[in-house]
Design a protein around this ligand. Structure first.
Ligand SMILES: Cc1cc2nc3c(=O)[nH]c(=O)nc-3n(C[C@H](O)[C@H](O)[C@H](O)COP(=O)(O)OP(=O)(O)OC[C@H]3O[C@@H](n4cnc5c(N)ncnc54)[C@H](O)[C@@H]3O)c2cc1C
Length: 646
């Protein structure tokens, strides 16, 4: 169905319209860049989205329902990885939003940024303007931070002054996404923060300033006025009355189309083929095609369209248009290992929403009347730190990890991009300039393989690797566009990644057995209490490793000689007017949850496109030619349709 009722009604009328830009994917980045491009009221933007628009849906809107829409086909593409050799051949579930809003409709609401050094590294590999300073205005433009009111911090473990000392020159103001602080905390927050402080990790009062190291109370993408999730669909709502912003839902793009002739040696995108209920349509773009289909499906669409590793494409019977071996490579993800403890009776956690029906009724009443309380709150406490800190002065262990890394680096073949990235990652470890590991304390059970018990409450701590050395890939499995591509993150293919996670798990065990946190904790459930040695923890990580769902890098922004897929204006190398704008362009990982960075990418891409900045040919010169050729193409399509109908 067509979301914008003012403009057209169905796939046929959508495809008959003339758009300046066609964007594939109404997700985190796609809606952001679309909204920017359509802001002038005249530039006509058409967006193709496979999922539906789901306003007033409790599984999206209510913060305490977070996670419940994952693995439900109404909201989620439900990816699974290929069998992972280093995880005892297990596959790993990878949720991806299939709805207007994309992953921002199904994510865990945490809204944070990485460190200055990590964004600067994107420029260091050859992307001018893509550094902390260059991204800051885009970070700020995308959201509106409503801060902390007096009393809202009670029970958090943080002071009001800790929350409000960030300079407002760096925080978002006036943007479409509402970001706020929580209004409810579990009994665990205060002792968890105090105990973390006792292990030399201090409170970070300005985590969005380019240095996220420390423990802090993360902002969440929740609208404090309504108590609802604030997500990329806000860009759709904001453009509801514009006839130049049209979202077609329930439509899956299957291929980018190109004009028969190149321009200055570059292929010229003319539009997109998409399917609705088994019927194919073509829609044309007079200026550009932008892929915002996410980390797994943007590279899939490039490959289906003839852009990628030529040998791989030919093996699927696809004629290569551009031999670009970086497409689908360089996959990096934040792998995580969850540990769960039973808490002592009487300790109140989010499990109350599962086990205490009186509490649930009170919480629902509060949510419905004042839109706050537990049902309107995010639940994690974040800690970002270095491996030196998690080693806790155990120099033998720390040096052992480094020599594991050196040994592995010396024995692997690396692409030029990997070599550069690994040098940067080693620098971050040695100089502690970007955090290597994140811990999320989540006051609830259910993340691990043991089923939660009735009447019992839990604390879970997730240990998340921030800069994996393992590199994976996403590639088509066949030329059938409706078949999901193969996702192979090659988790733990670098032994350093395993060693780093194990060290993190041990650090958290030390934390949990220290007071005052230890006073609240009963027994460890996962891993079982008899797991004590390094080998036990290694086995546990292999058997239970999951993803925190931050894959990146499969259409990396990097010079072509470094295996890049897009240039610093996000144009696909060798194309005149095809861009990728989503999390796949991150060349290297950041120590942050991704939505805020992806909004910033969408904002920055919009500015680049509008300013006409291009490291390739300019489009203006071509528009006339594209337009005339498109008219011919449209006539051919119409004739074909008439013939088919007759
Ligand atoms: C379960 C989960 C929890 C997360 N938690 C957090 C968190 O707490 N904080 C945080 O910052 N980040 C979190 N993330 C990560 C973050 O939300 C994503 O990294 C980010 O939103 C990805 O943005 P994107 O624009 O690249 O892709 P998406 O937002 O996924 O957008 C891609 C869109 O393209 C559509 N699409 C794909 N293929 C096609 C096609 N062929 N035709 C038409 N449409 C298509 C999809 O349906 C989707 O709407 C989480 C992610 C997940 C999955």
């Amino acid at each position: 169905s067509l979301v914008n009722r003012a403009a057209a009604e169905d796939a046929s009328s959508f495809s008959a319209q003339s758009f300046d830009y066609i964007i594939v994917g109404a997700g985190n980045a796609g809606l952001t860049v679309a909204s920017k491009l359509a802001a002038d009221g005249t530039t006509k933007v058409g967006i193709i989205e496979a999922g539906q628009y789901l306003p007033n849906d409790a599984l999206i809107d209510v913060p305490s329902n977070v996670g419940l829409n994952n693995n439900n086909p109404k909201y989620d593409w439900r990816f699974n990885t290929t069998q992972q050799v280093h995880l005892d051949n297990r596959t790993v579930a990878h949720a991806r939003g299939k709805v207007v809003g994309g992953c921002t409709a199904i994510n865990s609401l945490i809204f944070d940024r990485g460190s200055k050094e990590e964004y600067d590294a994107w420029a260091e590999v050859g992307n001018d303007g893509w550094d902390w300073a260059g991204l800051l205005p885009s970070f700020r433009a995308s959201y509106n931070y409503t801060g902390m009111t007096e009393g809202q911090q009670i029970g958090s473990g943080f002071n009001i002054s800790d929350e409000n000392t960030q300079s407002h020159d760096i925080l978002g103001s006036g943007g479409a996404i509402q970001v706020s602080q929580n209004t409810y905390y579990s009994d665990i927050s205060v002792p968890y923060v105090k105990t973390t402080n006792s292990l030399n990790i201090t409170i970070n009062t300005a985590p969005d300033s380019g240095d996220p190291v420390g423990i802090y109370n993360p902002p969440a993408s929740i609208d404090r006025k309504t108590g609802k999730r604030s997500y990329a669909a806000a860009y759709y709502t904001a453009n509801l009355n514009k006839t130049n912003f049209v979202v077609l839902t329930g439509a899956q793009a299957t291929k980018v189309n190109f004009l028969p002739n190149k321009q200055d040696g570059k292929i010229v995108a003319s539009g997109v083929t998409f399917q609705v209920n088994g019927t194919s349509y073509v829609v044309n773009a007079t200026k550009e095609v932008i892929l915002s289909a996410g980390v797994f499906q943007s590279p899939q669409l490039l490959e289906l369209s003839g852009i990628g590793n030529a040998t791989l494409l030919q093996s699927h019977g696809i004629t290569p248009l551009i031999d670009l071996p970086g497409v689908g490579e360089n996959l990096q993800d934040h792998a995580m290992s969850a540990q769960m403890w039973q808490v002592k009776p009487g300790v109140k956690t989010w499990d109350q929403l599962r086990i205490n029906q009186t509490f649930v009724a009170e919480a629902a009443l509060q949510y419905n009347t004042t839109h706050d309380g537990i049902m309107s709150s995010g639940r994690s406490v974040l800690t970002f730190t270095s491996f030196k800190t998690t080693a806790g002065g155990n120099d033998t262990e720390y040096q052992g990890m480094l020599s594991t890394l050196e040994g592995w680096l010396n024995s692997t073949t690396q692409t030029p991009l990997q070599s550069k990235q690994y040098d940067i990652q080693k620098r971050w470890i040695n100089e502690e300039t970007a955090p290597g590991i994140e811990f999320l304390m989540v006051p609830i059970g259910g993340f691990t393989r043991t089923r939660v018990a009735n009447e019992t409450s839990y604390m879970t701590v997730l240990t998340v690797l921030q800069h994996p050395f393992s590199r994976g890939s996403v590639h088509i499995n066949s030329s059938d566009p409706l078949e999901l591509p193969n996702v192979d993150p090659r988790y733990l293919s670098s032994p350093f990644d395993l060693a780093a996670l194990v060290q993190g798990l041990k650090f958290i065990n030390k934390l949990v057995s220290s007071a005052p946190l230890s006073d609240l904790i009963d027994t460890r459930v996962d891993p079982a209490t008899n797991s004590t040695t390094t080998q036990d923890f290694e086995q546990y990580v292999r058997a239970s490793l999951q993803t925190i769902k931050h894959p990146i890098g499969t259409c990396a922004m990097a010079p072509q000689n470094l295996n890049g897929v897009v240039d610093s204006s996000l144009k696909v190398w060798g194309s005149a007017n095809l861009r990728v704008v989503d999390a796949s362009i991150l060349p290297q990982h950041v120590a942050a949850h991704l939505q805020s960075t992806v909004y910033a990418i969408g904002e920055k891409a919009g500015d680049i496109i509008k300013s006409g900045r291009s490291t390739g040919a300019t489009n203006n010169a071509r528009s006339g030619d594209v337009q005339s050729l498109l008219t011919v193409t449209a006539i051919i399509v119409m004739v074909t349709l008439v013939t088919t109908i007759l």
